[in-house]
Design a binder for this molecule. Sequence first.
Ligand code: DP6
Length: 373
Amino acid sequence: MPTLDIQPNVTLDSSLPPHSATAAANANIALIKYWGKRDENLILPYTSSLSLTLSDLYTQTAVSFEDDLEQDTVTLDGEQLSSAGTTFRRVVGMLDLVREKAGIATKARVVSHNHVPTAAGLASSASGFAALASAASYAAGLRLNSRELSRLARRGSGSASRSIFGGLALWYAGDDDETSYAEQIVAPEDSNLAMIVVTLDERKKPVSSREAMRRTVETSPAYMPWVEQSKRDLAEALEAIRVADIEKLGEIVERNALGMHETMHKAAPPVNYFTDKTYAVLNAVKDMRECGWPVWATMDAGPNVKVLTVGDEVDRVMEELRGRVEGELRGRVEGDAAGVTDAAGDSRNLQYEQTKFTVALPGDGVTIHTSLE
Ligand code: DP6
């Protein structure tokens, strides 16, 4: 499939102070998953992956390199991060890569806002590191093209390599730093796809995707067979996209994600992100499909379910899905309550009301505003 040569959307902004830039990057959801690194330091994956960038779920990040700063400072959603935390260290890791490339030693101020629920399996690290890599490199005076930005974002979080691009993005596994990058294969306006994000739990997940991925590669006998299957899945998915066969694409997307979760279930110790509510949503999706609705489920490192559907049918699909999921959850709660009464009884009856449904249409690639120097 021909790829599109897309360059970042950069605006020179005279109102910004020198050595500063802001960037906004959308989240993406993988249709064919990235799961497992063969090089932890460079973040080189075992398999290529394919994703849909989503509009309106994004991270906005401002970076300025300032001579009078003694330390890097990072503020995320209004809270200054402690220099002992993992997120701070990962952000500074990205700043260090940028400083090395630009040949500077100046410390930076980073201010970031997530418009994606953090750490709920909704890929905030993808939009986060795509925005950070873009803002930091432009603030440092580097004028990277999209491929170079994708490679840089990858060093922060693998899935971030894809969030540089809008629409459908393909991340080539490659075999070294230079050959592992993403490209856009279908523009957002040309992909008649949409996702419905069913958020069941916004709490931070107990096992990070990074740890779960490592454990799977090291201990799961199901991992290498999934790697081989995923390569076939990607080839078939690309062909389904080429001939606009969404039924076929949906089938592959769902089996690829469920296969990835099986690899985790067989890790030692196992990692299981499924909850009762997850099963309820998966059942509702399956039942809808049996009634002819175009819906397929995918999941990442968390209990939430994303439902792939056809772009111009998304509103009626969403209404039907909401009704069915709420019915499933209510049924389960009533079923539970018949057998058990416990202190949590009250809150259980409210479970279905806390479920959130978000329609996400295909979104654009990263946008950057930078100072004039
Ligand atoms: C399940 O990109 O968050 O969402 O490279 O360790 O930062 P690191 O992992 P990350 O993993 C995403 C995994 C996934 C599947 C996907 O997005 O392809």
